[in-house]
Design a protein. Structure first.
Length: 116
């Protein structure tokens, strides 16, 4: 079973940058896709960025050109690089992995707050 530990959230001014990290333990080779989701107060959780093991990342329209998902194979960690942050990016961000078996795991969530 893969366990995920997130870090890197915080408070930033609009226009600033943050990098979120998601460290995976356990059987990382079982991971098919790495994802970042977010959930703002009163809203549904939404997919922000997706990185299949075969490559070819995809992004929500609201973050295209500002966010980038990447992975460090050697450290079994993946990241969400967030630039030009806006107040509407304020949310709890969750990392998620989908395994080849079809099951998934979630990180504990990290708060990102963007002040105007």
């Amino acid at each position: 079973q893969v366990q995920l530990v997130e870090s890197g959230g915080g408070l930033v001014q609009a226009g600033g940058s943050l990098r979120l990290s998601c460290a995976a333990s356990g059987s990382a080779s079982s991971i098919n896709t790495r994802n970042w989701y977010r959930q703002a107060p009163g809203k549904q959780r939404e997919l922000v960025a997706r990185l299949p093991s075969s490559g070819g990342s995809t992004y929500a329209d609201s973050v295209k050109g500002r966010f980038r998902i990447s992975r460090d194979t050697g450290r079994n960690t993946f990241y969400l690089h967030m630039d030009s942050l806006k107040p509407e990016d304020t949310a709890v961000y969750y990392c998620n992995v989908l395994r080849w078996s079809g099951t998934s795991d979630w990180g504990q969530g990290t708060q990102v707050t963007v002040s105007s």
